[in-house]
Design a protein around this ligand. Structure first.
Ligand SMILES: Cc1ncc(COP(=O)(O)O)c(C=O)c1O
Length: 378
């Protein structure tokens, strides 16, 4: 049997080298603990990078979203609006709090939550006499949602926006870093993200009380004082000091990682997207995407193969690609939830494929990927 060519992964971790040195400091100082000076340093550097006053490092992006929702003291049956075109972790913490997600469709220009639909839903909710308690607005695939447009509507009804920026670290919105323009923003350092701590997350905000409460809840909610006294149910959600050291090294190269991912996206745009029936995920005029994932849209008739055909052909060549998110309103676990619109997200799902997007991809890798896609066409 001929040997398979080396695997090309969708979005693998990309270390810069200094992470080992910083972990070395952690070991030298024996700060192998869930808190420590590296954690504080990572939080400070991160808040500075985003341009917010405060940041709390936690075990995952999901934990960050959960603690933001927890702060709002949701009651069973409360509704929370959430993008439908996203990963399940955007909505799962709503369910942890026994609240009910109401899914909102994307707009075709940005693939993010459509502000017009949010306005319609909030007006109707106002008439029904029960407003949603929050909006989880996702910056999907590295592109910011139109936060100002969402805020104009949300502020009218005093509904807070929790920005799920898990995929969009390093992107911009109206000239500012993504995550700086909403009440609070959650980031992920999962292994597949633009920078990683293997697993981890961050909650950012200018609201000091929110971030202090987040740190408190993330460390088992021990009340101040010498004894183990608890007046809240807490969580073991803090990021470890060891992983924070990795995060410090990764954050130093964030701009390089964004530039590299954007180069990968541009390469696909200049090659695959010149083929009939293939186009690239649009980039909104209000910001710069970090191009976390490069996503193509395939018209199977014009191209001669569907996105699933391409995925299978790439897999044959030992190249990982993934279909974009199946909208959450189509997920069995959310079958009972309401959706506002939904057809835009469904049509994006039907046509789109995420290609390998890692910041360490070599030209020879990209050539292999493009050649394989080309062979699928008519
Ligand atoms: C949009 C979105 N939200 C939330 C998360 C959850 O982040 P984590 O895996 O760090 O919990 C992810 C990714 O994993 C994501 O892609």
């Amino acid at each position: 049997m001929p040997e398979k060519p080396p695997r090309i992964f969708l979005s693998p971790p990309h270390m810069c080298g200094r992470e080992r040195e910083y972990i070395g400091h952690v070991f030298d100082q024996n700060w192998i603990a869930p808190v420590g000076p590296h954690l504080t340093k990572f939080e400070q550097a991160f808040a500075e990078r985003i341009g917010v006053a405060h940041a709390a490092a936690v075990a995952s992006g999901t934990a960050a979203l959960h603690l933001a929702l927890r702060y709002l003291n949701l009651q069973p049956g409360d509704e929370v609006l959430c993008s439908t075109f996203t990963f399940c972790a955007s909505a799962n913490p709503i369910v942890y709090e026994k609240a009910i997600p109401v899914f909102i469709d994307s707009d075709a220009e940005t693939w993010n939550m459509d502000p017009q639909l949010v306005e319609e839903e909030l007006e109707q909710a106002h008439q029904r006499g029960r407003l949603p308690r929050a909006i989880v607005a996702v910056d999907i695939l590295g592109q910011s949602a139109d936060i100002a447009a969402l805020r104009r509507v949300a502020d009218r009804f005093a509904v807070p926006i929790i920005e799920d920026a898990a995929e969009a670290l390093g992107a911009t919105y109206n000239g500012k870093p993504v995550g700086a323009s909403s009440w609070t923003s959650a980031f992920s350092f999962n292994g597949n993200k633009i920078i990683t701590t293997s697993g981890g997350g961050m909650l950012c905000s200018n609201d000091q009380k929110l971030i202090e409460h987040t740190r408190f809840l993330a460390t088992q909610a021990k009340d101040p004082g010498p004894i183990y006294h608890h007046s809240h149910i807490g969580y073991n959600y803090r990021l470890s000091n060891v992983l924070a050291a990795v995060g410090i090294g990764q954050l130093e190269v964030l701009d390089e990682r964004v530039a590299a991912r954007r180069r990968v996206a541009q390469y696909y745009q200049d090659t695959i997207c010149k083929l009939p029936g293939i186009s690239f995920m649009p980039e909104a005029s209000f910001g710069i995407s970090n191009r976390w994932l490069s996503v193509i849209c395939v018209d199977p008739v014009a191209f001669g193969a569907s996105c699933e055909d391409i995925r299978l052909a790439l897999e044959e060549e030992n190249i990982e690609s993934r279909r974009a998110w199946l909208p959450l309103h189509k997920q069995p676990v959310f079958a009972d939830c309401r959706v506002v619109g939904g057809q835009v997200a469904e049509s994006i799902f039907e046509c789109s494929l995420c290609l390998p997007s890692g910041s360490a991809l070599e030209l020879s890798d990209l050539e292999r990927i493009v050649a394989c896609v080309q062979r699928c066409g008519k």
